[in-house]
Design a protein around this ligand. Sequence first.
Ligand SMILES: Cc1ncc(COP(=O)(O)O)c(C=O)c1O
Ligand SMILES: N[C@@H](CCCC[NH3+])C(=O)O
Length: 454
Amino acid sequence: MEDGRGFARRHVTPEHCSRLPSMHLSGSAHINPAGELVIGGLPAPELAERFGTPLFVYDEALIREQCRRFHRALQKTGLDHQVSYASKAFLCRALARLMAEEGLGLDVVSGGELYTALAAGFDPAHIHLHGNNKLDSELRRALAAGVGCYVVDSLDEVARLNTLAGELGTRARCLLRVTPGVEAHTHDFIQTGAADSKFGLNLASGQASEALRAMLQAEWLDVLGVHFHIGSQIFGTEGTRAALARVLAWLAGEREHSGFAARVLNIGGGFGIRYTGADQPQPLEDLLAEVAAALRAGAAEHRLPLPQLWLEPGRSIVGEAGWTLYTVGTVKQIPGVRNYVSVDGGMSDHLRTALYGADYEVALANRMHGAPQGTYTVVGKLCESGDVVARDKPLPEPRHGDLLAVSCTGAYHYAMSSRYNAMLRPAVVFVKDGEAREVVRRETYDDLLRGQLD
Ligand SMILES: Cc1ncc(COP(=O)(O)O)c(C=O)c1O
Ligand SMILES: N[C@@H](CCCC[NH3+])C(=O)O
């Protein structure tokens, strides 16, 4: 059976297992006859030996396939479209280049992301700058570089962007970010479309209208259209369709008021992925078909010209392609309470469990066929009780030196890593067809001291 991406759908359930442990193997991942996890044609133990652990491993073919899937699915909708990768999910120069090769734009939210994208040689015309508090220095750099689109997030930004663009004598193409007042069914921390949000301008209060009118009058701004993003790790299209309905109705009112017709509607990212069996994402193709149908119907209902559909997915492009490999250290069994297995990283490279209570599948990458002998809570080595990677997971009895793999760590892991406890950030490798290339080197103790003054 295929998973819609041309990859065989595989799910590993260790033999003799009564407790249904199992790990879903996405993309190129499979198990070799030696019982080792293989990603991109390379056995995980070999990668760990060569690059050390903790290690982030990206299945390059799967990243590329996800990009192509977005293109194909959008093409099929028949709408004019554009897809930009939300680089907050994971960015390095190699990834920015990969996105350029796959024909995606780049959405950046800070001077640092912009700097990285430009350092990769990414065409600034295909970069979008986001942010609820864009600094003047960031706007200046973006304007000087020729960034292709600004997603205006506040009334204050309208005036500042206009002034700075005028000073540089360059026009700024922009979208207005609105909050449609729709609750997305996801973790509170990652929903962004409700009226009570630090992002965007609220439709219901009239602030969005005020901002749009100011933008239309601003001498140096070219207003392309509107943006909303209701949240992340969302399943289904109910929230997006509700948001679309509100935004289109609002746009109809604005058109009556000023004659403004949006050429672009950017609905952000947010497409949910499968972290564990509890997540059941619908195929991307179906989601985009539903969104496109809702957009066509809504535009027709309000007699609006059909805008281009722009997307900015992050997690769904890189999430399932990423793996973390850790080396097992201490194993501690507290009779009648819990078994703990400690690894050589933790919340410094894997924050989502501590932050959102996120769940992950784990396996011993050097003994994938081992039958589970108990449940183990995988913890890191940081000085926090909340430093948990995955709770109560069925595993063969882990031994010191085993290799533990966590799947689906491609999005918001390296990107949210920290140096808490003076931990060093792991290396990142891209693997494909039996070749590995290191794209981010492991930090060293010298990196910790760099920037410190005596
Ligand atoms: C404005 C905006 N666009 C795009 C994204 C990317 O979202 P995701 O990684 O869920 O696709 C985010 C993050 O939630 C966002 O805030
Ligand atoms: N960091 C979040 C997503 C952030 C969304 C950005 N708007 C996560 O890991 O799920």
